[in-house]
Design a binder for this molecule. Structure first.
Ligand code: PLP
Length: 361
């Protein structure tokens, strides 16, 4: 038996008890009608959380990275132009994945710790209207910055699709896929959704589905081809594509059930409240918040360490003496800062006060 950790890093977070309990249910075959009903019901819950009526809404097998690769691989062909907002590690990852698919990438930068300027992204698209998509990370987990998505709705008036990474935002802060004109959106289950890792929720608008139909070449990945996954889960009859895990999908279904029973506004409010309290407390303990004020995520806080605290030794002490995990820094915060998550089931007073007590003792 391994240790029971309080997971307060950038993910995974501790799942809801309902999501853990569901892991012990009997396994179903990947084409069992009961399994397909479970998938359909999970997709319906995901539509509510994403704020969408998109027909193509699926739990993709794999972690958030699989969602990223499924969207980019399905929507881009070699030599297509992709405009990518970059103000942290995950924006850079989007560029890297798009390049590996053979796409041309035009990055629109903002410094780490500051939000992207939506006007600059729209300008880049005006200068290159042939761009196939604009990709943006909603919640930059490397810095704790929230990027604005709603102003990018204007892309609906162009032939350029809007792709948004909501891995750390979904279930933590409002996400409105339809109202914001998002064409492709992926997330992960182990951050604010309160389930274990292993599933990437994905949703595509009708014009994104049409983009896949209009491709000249097949999607370069068989496993992550969203049109094949659509035919598997929603085809009539369902067609074997891979052996999806009923265990993980049951768990996600149960976690989403808990979240929706509480209600999205209440869940957002819970994240906002504990995040604000953490961000008020850290500067008093000598930490310096990294993300620019007014653009901070409540669910993920990046902060420079106080003088005298050594990164690796401090995290080792939290882990070994208190059973608490926090994340190390990335980029400019590597070795000098921490990333603290209060996500999903952990967006509550007790994990917050437990962490603050451990830091001060
Ligand atoms: C965690 C994360 C990912 C990658 O998800 P994995 O589940 O680790 O594969 C992608 N984007 C963002 C913003 C993330 O925080």
């Amino acid at each position: 038996m391994h240790s029971d950790r309080l997971l307060l890093g950038p993910g995974p977070s501790n799942p809801y008890p309902e999501a853990m309990e569901a892991l012990s249910r009997p396994v179903l075959g990947h084409l069992d009608p009961e399994f397909l009903t479970l998938v359909a019901d999970t997709a319906q819950r995901l539509r509510t959380v994403f704020g969408t009526r998109n027909r193509l809404t699926l739990p993709v097998s794999g972690t958030g990275s699989a969602g990223m690769e499924a969207c980019l691989a399905s929507l881009l062909e070699p030599d297509d132009l992709a405009i990518v907002g970059v103000n942290g590690y995950f924006g850079e990852r989007l560029c890297e994945v798009a390049r590996r698919l053979g796409a041309q990438v035009r990055a629109v930068h903002a410094p780490w710790g500051r939000p992207l300027d939506p006007e600059q992204l729209l300008d880049a698209q005006r200068q290159a209207p042939q761009a196939r998509l604009v990709a943006v990370v909603h919640a930059e987990t490397s810095t704790g910055v929230r990027n604005q998505i709603a102003p990018l709705r204007e892309l609906q008036n162009t032939d350029t699709l809007l792709l948004v990474d909501t891995v750390t935002s979904l279930g933590g802060i409002p996400v409105e896929v339809d109202a914001w004109g998002v064409d492709a959106c992926y997330s992960a289950t182990q951050k604010c959704l309160g389930a274990p890792s292993g599933i990437a929720p994905v949703t595509l608008s009708e014009r994104a589905v049409q983009r896949i139909r209009d491709r000249e070449r097949p999607v370069c990945s068989f496993y992550l081809d969203l049109s094949l996954l659509d035919a598997y889960y929603q085809g009539d009859p369902a067609r074997y594509h891979h052996t999806a895990s009923s265990t993980l999908i049951s768990s996600v279904h149960a976690g989403l059930g808990r979240l929706l029973a509480e209600g999205l506004p209440a869940v957002w409010e819970r994240h906002a409240r504990v995040g604000e309290r953490l961000q008020a407390a850290l500067p008093e303990l000598g930490f310096e918040l990294f993300a620019e004020q007014g653009h901070r995520l409540p669910q993920l806080t990046a902060a420079r360490l106080p003088d005298g605290v050594v990164d690796a030794a401090g995290r080792k002490a939290l882990r070994e003496d208190f059973g608490i995990e926090v994340g190390g820094g990335l980029g400019p915060l590597a070795g000098t800062g921490w990333r603290i998550g209060l996500m999903g089931h952990n967006a509550q007073t007790r994990p917050l006060t437990t962490l603050l007590a451990a830091i001060t003792s």
